[in-house]
Design a protein around this ligand. Sequence first.
Ligand code: AGP
Length: 372
Amino acid sequence: SAAEKGGYDYFMLKEIAEQPRAVADTLLGRVAVDGTLTLDEMRLAPEELRDINKIVIIACGTSYHAGLIAKYAIEHWCRIPCEVEVASEFRYRDPILDRQTMVIAISQSGESMDTLMAVRYAREQRARVLAICNVNGSTIPRESDGVLYTHAGPEVGVAATKTFLTQLIACYLVGLYLAQVRNLKFGDEVNAVIEQLSGMPEQVERVLSMMEPMRDLARSLSGANTVLFLGRHVGYPVAMEGALKLKELAYMHAEAFAAGELKHGSIALIEEGVPVVVVVPSREGRSVLHDKIVSNIQEIRARGARTIVIAEEGDEKVRPYADTLIEIPAVPTLLQPIVATVPMQVFASELALAKGNDVDQPRNLAKSVTVE
Ligand code: AGP
């Protein structure tokens, strides 16, 4: 009913708008004022966590994209090798697991059969399994050694939105907690990130208020045959998520590339008028990557691409090469996906609506896939 949708035409639009709250609720009670993290509910003792020498993240779809982003953060903060794999491939390739492996299963619903089967397999191999899940008491957390719940509230739209942002928060919390229990010294970096994480609900609120240009643009592109997405570093999985959302909701061909891979083949796809959405890395710390993506944008534009550039506010270097510039708040590099994903959600939902699609119930899809 209209009342359930809180004045929005679709649950998905309501759920996009609820993201600041979902992010705040997922942080709530887990970060003390002095920066200490409390994640006791994970039911994994600090001694066990100190023993881990490898992390394997398994998930499907959008949850897999959260895992890809988590890898960048966890390896950087914890110096533990971290692999990410789609759950449906995992147990069929004889993966290497033992007691010192921590498997993180990310599943919004807690019921995806591919992820559940991967969890069972990992436990048979004696790995310790931590679930990141949004549904209390669902199957995957019940069958795991520990669980960290996201507090996004119920998500009705088939497309994952607020559950994805809260999965990112949960992944960052796990990474920072591991760094804390393992007593890793990074100067103040880990502490600074913990503080910045607390500011994320506000940043998501801001980015939501900056989305009008993205809506206008999306409506103008409903006739496009394909949309390409480019990113680097954590922006690459964000680009993948942008492409998945567009396929899922607008039924359009979309594909994401690591911007550095373009020249190895896919640049041949660029022709007059092809829309290309580019996620520009934050300028903080990794300015080399920033410069590289600026030249990628120049290259594709010279070949006729219509560039849709998602970049930090005040990024003057990129402005001359953006046919459309979509600004997002400046946040630390590793946390950028929290704000950079929002324009992707808005783009796909608006374009789908312009095509007359039902964004809550896209064709052929189910909210949770309970068959392998
Ligand atoms: C996301 O928009 C999709 N509906 C889908 O890819 C989803 O993320 C995937 O099926 C995994 O679901 P889960 O998180 O409930 O395991």
